[in-house]
Design a protein around this ligand. Structure first.
Ligand code: PLP
Length: 407
């Protein structure tokens, strides 16, 4: 869980021991799709900060926005006072997404907590659910962050062990199965919280039609459809947001990660006035939420997304990656899943574990991370090129080849 540095001081940094966690081998700088160690070794980043760095390390548009705002001297103002950047950010993200109300926060989990609080208050005040009786349906295998409330409804034992007591008021249903969600629903259900594609679960894509059916169910039962687009949004799947693939507009959308351009932790909850408007001044807040520096960076990220600059590359490189990984099914892989530039792949357990593959790919200068015992995922920056995709795929192929020989 941690790394001992020097003078007996322990820095809680990594969840896992990492092969290059030694002096001279720690990362120092980055550009485009590459990260460099203190010793100048180059590593191809196939994770992009779990989709936070979509637009590439050192993206000049985001860098310029950050520096320009820094130079104004106004980097933080209490949210009680309006700033130009917060105002412009609100308008621009509203235009991008089609929502009429936006509440900026900092990290992803904080925005998920905001959506949970909003759903509960909406349930009580608008739907008429008795006080403290509202329930929220979540999916099995979900990942929405690490706060005590959020891990209360996680399936991941490690994420929960030791951290109870947990927050009540959540029910589980099978991801991708609208009938199951309907079975679990009752008159006190206020929201269904879901990821349109489950990233941490290994890039699990629901069956076609799931989002539309869920939209219909939520509308019929007066339940909020709350999409966590923290990892799936901002171009990762080839469209601005994953729900766009089925032309579905959730009642509430949560964005983070790439909204902060890999620079500033920035998140937002988007909805209508009827829903988000249940929060009154003083109900909820955050010191750094919507600070001018974060808003300037977020506006740059929005402008990059809107420019369409990266979308063709996401599609082309995504297809290339899928083809290359598909070739390995039957030769060490059992399944490849994903959309856009985001793939999860299952390893044949007879070959190698995900953890060992992570270490072996590191040894071959490809940065990735297992999603499960035998599952890996790739979510490179959109700046990646054809040669680099081939490089990453070749390393997976070679790791499997060597592991296959040892079987
Ligand atoms: C779908 C989803 N929701 C929420 C989060 C939590 O975001 P953060 O780590 O910024 O709190 C993550 C992070 O991986 C995520 O993938």
């Amino acid at each position: 869980m941690s790394e001992v540095t020097e003078n007996g001081i322990t820095v809680v940094a990594n969840n896992y021991w990492t092969p290059n966690d030694r002096d001279g081998e720690r990362f120092e700088c980055a550009e485009g799709a590459w990260m460099y160690t203190e010793d100048g070794e180059a590593y191809l980043d196939m994770l992009a900060g779990y989709s936070a760095n979509n637009f590439g390390h050192g993206n000049p548009i985001i860098r310029e926005a950050l520096i320009d705002q820094e130079m104004t001297g106004l980097t933080l103002a209490p949210r009680a006072f309006a700033t130009k950047q917060l105002y412009r950010f609100g308008v621009e993200i509203g235009e991008l997404t089609g929502y009429e109300m936006v509440l900026p926060m900092n990290g992803g989990a904080e925005a998920v907590e905001t959506a949970i609080k909003t759903s509960r208050k909406w349930g009580q005040e608008v739907k008429g659910v008795p006080v403290n009786q509202g329930n929220i349906i979540v999916m099995n295998e979900n990942f929405h962050g690490r706060t005590t409330t959020i891990v209360s409804f996680s399936d991941d034992e490690q994420a929960r062990n030791g951290f109870g007591p947990f927050t009540p008021g959540f029910r589980k249903a099978e991801f991708g199965n609208v009938d199951d969600i309907e079975d679990v629903m009752d008159e006190n259900t206020v929201a269904v919280l879901f990821e349109p594609i489950q990233g941490e679960a290994g890039v699990r894509v629901p069956p076609p039609g799931f989002l539309r059916q869920l939209r219909e169910l939520c509308t019929r039962e007066k339940v909020l459809m709350v999409a966590d687009e923290i990892q799936s949004g901002f171009g990762r799947t080839g469209k601005n947001f994953a729900c766009d693939h089925e032309d579905v507009k959730p009642d509430m959308m949560i964005v983070a990660k790439a909204l902060g351009g890999g620079r500033m932790p920035t998140s937002a909850v988007l909805s209508s006035k009827d829903i988000l408007g249940v929060l009154e001044p003083g109900d909820h807040g955050s010191t750094y939420g919507g600070n001018p520096l974060a808003c300037a960076v977020a506006r740059a990220a929005i402008s990059i997304l809107k420019s369409g600059q990266f979308q063709p590359n996401v599609t082309e490189r995504g297809e290339q990656l899928r083809e290359r990984l598909d070739e390995l099914v039957g030769n060490g892989l059992t399944e490849v899943r994903g959309k856009g530039l985001w793939y999860g792949f299952d390893i044949d357990p007879r070959y190698i574990t995900g953890k060992k593959m992570t270490a072996q790919l590191w040894g071959r200068h490809v940065l990735s991370k297992e999603a499960d015992l035998y599952t890996m995922r790739f979510s490179p920056t959109f700046a990646i090129n054809e040669e680099e995709i081939d490089y990453a795929a070749n390393q997976v192929r070679d790791v499997l080849y060597v592991a296959g020989k040892r079987r």
